[in-house]
Design a protein around this ligand. Structure first.
Ligand SMILES: *Cc1c(COP(=O)(O)O)cnc(C)c1O
Length: 393
C-alpha cells in the first residue's frame, strides 16, 4: 500500500505502528530494552529477530523503526538504518564496507567532517582515497580502478552548490563494481532521486531538513535490504551510533511537514536568487535554479529544483561579508541549514576555516562568499532584510 502513496501521504502515514491504545500521534518508546515472555522467546529472538521484534535500543526500537520505514518509503529505498547524527551515517556507510587495501574515489568538495573521515580516518586504516573534481566525469573515470570499492560524493556541494551527475558517476563506478554512496543533504529527501539515478547508498543528516526546526541531531543511511541489514547494521549496532527514540520521534514529526517546508524554502530561495542576481554589490549569485548556473539543466533533471540554499559572493571580500552579516536583522548567523528559520554563514571563517587558502580557492570559496539557507519566512521580508544589509555594507 505504502508504495502507491504519493510523497505527502507517505510522509504522514508510512511506517506507523500503533500500540494497544490506538494513539493518533506516533508513540515515543523511550525504552532501552524489551521484556520476553519466556526464556525460549528470548533465545528465539537472538537467533532471528522478526520485523516487529526488538532486543535492545542500540539494535533497534519501535519509534526509530517508524522513522526508518517512513524515510525509506520517501526515498524509494528498500530499507534504512537511523543513526545518532549525519556523521554516524556517513562513517557507518563507509566503514561498514571498507578494509585495509581498498581504494575509494571521492569528490573533493565535501562537508568538513566528511572530508576528515575520508582524508584522516580511512587512510589511517590503510584505505587509499583519491579526490577528484566531482563535476568532471573524466576525472572520475580516470581515478576509478579495479580495486575501487566505494565512491563518495555530495550531489550538491557546500557552499558553492556545484551539482554532481549521480547517474554519470554511478555508471562509471558500477563498471568496476564500486558501491556508490551519496550524501544528499543539500538535495533534500524531497528532491532526491538518488536511488533512481543509480546511487547504492544514500545518506542524510536528519539534523537538517528532516528535523528542520533546529532541535535534535540525527542521521540515516538508506539502500538495499542486503546493504542495510547485512552490511551496515552489524557495524552500526555494535559501534554505538544508534538514534535516540526521542530524536526519532522528533524526526517523525518533522517528516509530516517536510514536503511543505522544503518546497516553500526552495520557492523562497528561487525568488531571492532571481531578485538578487545582477545586484551591483554582488560578484556572484550562486543558485542551481538560476539559468546562469553552469549546471542548471543537470540540477533540473536530477532534482527538479534548485534546492533551499543559495550563496552570495560580496564584492569587497571578508570585510564586506562581515558587515553584511552583522547588518542583517531577520536572518540569523548560524551554521545549521535546512531550518524553518533563514540562516546565514561565512564559510571561509567558520565551516571551511580548517582548509588551507589554496584548497578554498580551488573549491571557489572566496572571502566574500556567504551561504544562505532559506527558511519558511515570507521571501519578501527576507529580501527586504538582505537589501537593507547590502545597503549597509
Ligand atoms: C550537516 C551535514 C553532515 C553531518 O550531519 P550531522 O547531523 O551534523 O552529523 C554531513 N553532510 C552534510 C552535507 C551536511 O550538511
Amino acid at each position: 500500500m505504502t508504495k502507491d502513496w504519493k510523497t505527502r501521504t507517505k510522509l504522514v502515514h508510512a511506517g506507523i505502528r500503533r500500540s494497544q491504545y490506538g494513539e493518533v500521534s506516533e508513540a515515543i518508546f523511550l525504552t532501552q530494552g524489551f521484556v520476553y515472555d519466556s526464556a525460549e522467546q528470548a533465545q528465539a529472538r537472538f537467533i532471528e529477530t522478526g520485523p516487529d521484534e526488538f532486543i535492545y535500543a542500540r539494535y533497534g526500537n519501535p519509534t526509530v523503526r517508524m522513522f526508518e520505514e517512513r524515510i525509506a518509503a520517501l526515498e524509494g529505498a528498500e530499507d534504512a538504518f537511523a543513526t545518532a547524527s549525519g556523521m554516524a551515517a556517513v562513517n557507518g556507510a563507509l566503514t561498514a564496507i571498507l578494509k585495509a587495501g581498498d581504494h575509494v574515489v571521492s569528490a573533493r568538495a565535501l562537508f568538513g567532517s566528511c572530508l576528515y573521515i575520508l582524508e584522516e580516518v580511512l587512510t589511517r586504516y590503510g584505505v587509499e582515497v583519491s579526490f577528484v573534481d566531482g563535476t568532471d566525469l573524466a576525472q572520475w573515470e580516470a581515478a576509478l580502478r579495479p580495486d575501487t570499492k566505494a565512491v563518495f560524493l555530495e550531489s550538491l556541494s557546500n557552499p558553492t552548490l556545484e551539482v554532481i551527475d549521480i547517474a554519470g558517476v554511478a555508471d562509471l563506478a558500477h563498471k568496476v563494481g564500486a558501491t556508490v554512496i551519496v550524501d544528499n543533504v543539500f538535495s533534500t529527501p524531497v528532491f532526491s532521486r538518488a536511488i533512481e539515478n543509480g546511487a547504492d547508498v544514500v545518506v542524510y543528516s536528519a539534523t537538517k531538513h528532516i528535523d528542520g526546526q533546529g532541535r535534535v541531531l540525527g542521521g540515516v543511511l538508506l539502500g538495499s535490504k542486503e546493504f542495510v541489514r547485512k552490511k551496515a547494521e552489524p557495524y552500526l549496532k555494535h559501534t554505538g551510533g544508534a538514534l535516540s527514540p526521542f530524536n526519532a520521534w522528533v524526526m517523525l514529526k518533522g517528516m509530516e511537514t517536510l514536503d511543505l517546508r522544503v518546497r516553500a524554502q526552495a520557492a523562497g530561495a528561487q525568488a531571492l536568487a532571481e531578485a538578487l542576481e545582477g545586484d551591483p554589490r554582488l560578484a556572484r549569485v550562486i543558485y542551481p535554479g538560476l539559468k546562469s548556473h553552469a549546471q542548471h539543466y543537470l540540477a533540473m533533471r536530477q532534482m527538479g529544483s534548485g534546492g533551499t540554499v543559495l550563496s552570495l559572493d560580496l564584492k569587497g571580500g571578508q570585510e564586506a561579508a562581515f558587515r553584511f552579516l552583522n547588518a542583517l536583522e531577520l536572518i540569523t548567523i548560524s551554521n545549521n541549514l535546512g531550518d524553518a528559520k533563514s540562516i546565514v554563514t561565512h564559510p571561509t571563517t567558520t565551516t571551511h576555516q580548517r582548509l588551507k587558502d589554496e584548497q578554498r580557492a580551488m573549491l571557489g570559496i572566496t572571502p566574500g562568499l556567504v551561504r544562505l539557507s532559506v527558511g519558511i519566512e515570507d521571501p519578501e521580508d527576507l529580501l527586504d532584510d538582505i537589501r537593507a544589509a547590502l545597503a549597509a555594507v
